[in-house]
Design a protein around this ligand. Structure first.
Ligand code: ATP
Ligand code: MG
Length: 384
């Protein structure tokens, strides 16, 4: 098993900058998910690691060894593709054995290894069948088995579940998590599906247009998104985002927009205020739909219900404040209908603030009330 390191890896296709100076350290035994929208460079990055694509610049290290220019078959990595790429004329057992045969292992040894992997993935009963006689999930397991039989340094997987239906996908997801636990192997897994990323990853690297936007544990990205892009990408329905100003009242900072006047988790420092530190500050504010509470009498947030969506156990109540549309997720039945005037509240620590220009998260540091941009700790609230 092995750790992987990417050092400023870039890939250009003519004028397209598919991957832009990506640096990542993937620890031995980690399940790292490369997540991002279509075309952000996930597959290209994975293919460069696998040796199927040559980086325009940068270095790739496996267990400290530079493999940037090593041919694919010399890299101790196994790749599982979205299309399982099984040989249709070979049986399951022959498909699984293929990489060992190519390496000219002894027959008895091959049989042993195939049997062991087949047992792990519960393919024992299917060894004599051909791929055409398997379900999508079974084919996927055969493709995995073929990767596993080599006992590679790391597994590279490119959207391996995207051909499965919802139920099978969720079952196979659970199997992959269990498999990762059992093998303790390094997994590098590409997907554009945030549910897969949130449930399987030990860490997520979220890519945006060829660059790493944020790397961290799934909760970290969800709870403390580093940018508006991360905030908007994770979460369904997405985070409510609206332009607002931060203003001080009665010693506390509040986030204020049309129909919105809610407390923030920031204490204003009076000595600094007197020195003119805290001025009105424009922000992009964000609140997740599950962090809003309907409260009829509340004056924090007031709007008019525009649509109610029934999700079964919950309801999404969409409401508008002027031009702005917000969504709150509540247990069903919410007891409101289209046209109702509603009030809502939010806990102060649940309000995310972003810089409207850079899109980066603003944070504050107690006891100083100055707001900082997350990327470089530069105070964003004007300092005299
Ligand atoms: N061989 C190629 N020649 C030219 N451009 C390419 C090539 N391969 C990929 N690209 C471009 O590079 C960018 C990244 O592509 P890539 O396949 O890595 O995206 P992705 O994140 O895997 O997307 P998806 O989720 O749709 O699979 C895209 O703009 C794509 O059009
Ligand atoms: Mg892809």
């Amino acid at each position: 098993m092995a750790g992987l390191r990417l050092e400023a890896v870039s890939k250009r296709f003519g004028g397209t900058h598919a991957v832009h100076e990506v640096s990542l350290d993937i620890a031995d035994g980690e399940f790292l998910v490369l997540l991002g929208p279509s075309g952000c460079g996930k597959s290209t990055l994975l293919r460069m690691i696998a040796g199927l694509e040559e980086p325009s610049s940068g270095r790739i290290l496996l267990d400290g060894n530079d493999i940037t220019d090593a041919p694919a078959q010399r890299r101790d990595l196994a790749m599982v593709f979205q299309s399982y790429a099984l040989y249709p004329h070979l049986t399951v057992a022959q498909n699984i054995a293929f990489p060992l045969r190519a390496r000219r292992r002894r027959r008895a040894r091959i049989r042993e290894q195939v049997a062991a992997v087949a047992a792990t993935l519960q393919l024992d009963e299917l060894l004599g069948r051909r791929p055409a006689a398997l379900s999508g999930g079974q084919r996927q397991r055969v493709a995995l088995a073929r990767a596993m039989v080599r006992d590679p340094g790391a597994f590279l997987m490119d959207e391996p579940l995207s051909n499965l239906d919802a139920k099978l996908r969720s079952a196979t997801r659970a199997e992959l998590i269990a498999l990762h636990r059992r093998l303790g192997a390094t997994f590098l897994y590409v997907t554009h599906d945030q549910v897969e990323a949130m449930t399987m990853a030990t860490r997520i690297a979220l890519l945006n247009a060829g660059r790493v936007e944020q790397v961290g544990a799934p909760e970290e990205l969800y709870d403390r998104p580093r940018s508006v892009f991360v905030a908007g990408f994770l979460g369904s329905p997405p985070m409510n985002l609206f332009p607002a100003v931060v203003r001080e009242r009665d010693g506390r900072l509040r986030v204020i927009a049309e129909g919105i006047d809610a407390a923030l988790d920031i204490v204003a420092d009076h000595s600094e205020r007197d020195a003119g530190y805290i001025a009105e500050h424009e922000v992009l504010a964000g609140i997740r739909p599950e962090h809003l509470r309907l409260e009829p009498g509340s004056a924090d947030i007031r709007g008019t219900v525009s649509m109610v969506e029934n999700l079964g156990s919950e309801e999404l109540v969409h409401f508008s404040i002027g031009e702005q549309s917000l969504c709150v997720r509540v247990p069903r039945p919410a007891g409101v209908s289209v046209g109702d005037r509603i009030g809502a509240t939010v806990a102060p620590e649940r309000v995310h603030l972003f810089d409207p220009e850079s899109g980066l998260r603003l944070r504050w540091q107690e006891p100083q009330p100055t707001i900082h941009a997350a990327h470089d700790d530069r105070p964003v609230v004007p300092v005299p």
